[in-house]
Design a protein around this ligand. Structure first.
Ligand SMILES: NC(=O)c1ccc[n+]([C@@H]2O[C@H](COP(=O)([O-])OP(=O)(O)OC[C@H]3O[C@@H](n4cnc5c(N)ncnc54)[C@H](OP(=O)(O)O)[C@@H]3O)[C@@H](O)[C@H]2O)c1
Length: 172
C-alpha cells in the first residue's frame, strides 16, 4: 500500500503523489478545517477553508481525470456537513459553512462535466467523535464513515450530484 503525506493548504506541495500513482479509482475528499473565528475578523480562516475544502478537492478531481477517462469508472465522495446546507441555515463557525456550501455547489455542478461512469456525491457524516467532533459526539468514526463508504462503492445505477446523510438524500 502506498502512502503519501500531502498538505492541501499548499497548492504547490501536494499533487505529484497523485500523478505518480497514476490516479485513483475512488477519491474521498475528507480533509476539513474548522476554526471559531468570525468571517469579519482579519485573521479569518476563509482562505484556508476554501483551499482545503473547495480548491484542493477540485484540483484532486482534475488530477484523477486521465485515469477516469481511461477506465470509465470513478467515484468521488465529498465530505460536507449540514452546516454547509442552506436548508439547515449555513451554521457553523467562521468560514466552515461557507466552504462546505461551496463544496456542495461543486458537487451539484460537476456531473455535467465528468466523464460517463464517474459519480460525485456529497454527504454529511453526522456528529462524529473525532478530533473535530469532540469526545461527546454520539457517532463513532465507524458509524460516521458508513455513508461515505456506501457512496464510494455505488453501483452503476447509483446517484450522482446528490447530498446524503444516513444513506438518504437531504436538501441542499
Ligand atoms: N466530526 C464531525 O462531527 C463532522 C461533522 C460534519 C462534517 N464533518 C466533516 O468530515 C470530515 C472529516 O472530519 P473529522 O471529524 O475527521 O475532522 P478531524 O478529526 O479534524 O480531521 C480532519 C482531517 O483533515 C485533515 N486535514 C486538515 N487540514 C489538512 C491539510 N491542509 N492537508 C491535508 N489534510 C488536512 C487532517 O489531517 P491531519 O490529521 O494530518 O491534521 C485530518 O485527517 C471533514 O471534512 C469534516 O468537515 C465532520
Amino acid at each position: 500500500m502506498a502512502f503519501a503525506r500531502i498538505d492541501l493548504a499548499d497548492p504547490d506541495s501536494s499533487f505529484e503523489a497523485v500523478v505518480q500513482a497514476g490516479g485513483f479509482d475512488i477519491l474521498v475528499n475528507n480533509a476539513g478545517v474548522l476554526h471559531d473565528i468570525s468571517l469579519l475578523d482579519p485573521r479569518s480562516d476563509f482562505a484556508e477553508a476554501m483551499e482545503v475544502m473547495v480548491a484542493a478537492p477540485l484540483d484532486l478531481i482534475r488530477l484523477n481525470l486521465p485515469r477516469w477517462r481511461q477506465t470509465g469508472w470513478g467515484r468521488i465522495v465529498n465530505l460536507s456537513s449540514g452546516w454547509g446546507a442552506h436548508a439547515e441555515g449555513l451554521g457553523g463557525p467562521g468560514a466552515y459553512g461557507v466552504a462546505k456550501a461551496a463544496l456542495n455547489a461543486l458537487t451539484r455542478a460537476l456531473p455535467r462535466d465528468l466523464p460517463p461512469g464517474v459519480k460525485v456525491n456529497a454527504c454529511c457524516p453526522g456528529w462524529v467523535a473525532t478530533r473535530m467532533g469532540g469526545p461527546t459526539a454520539p457517532l463513532t468514526p465507524e458509524e460516521g464513515a458508513d455513508t461515505p463508504v456506501w457512496l464510494a462503492l455505488l453501483p452503476e445505477d447509483g446517484a450522482t450530484g446528490g447530498f446524503f446523510r444516513r444513506r438518504q438524500p437531504i436538501p441542499w
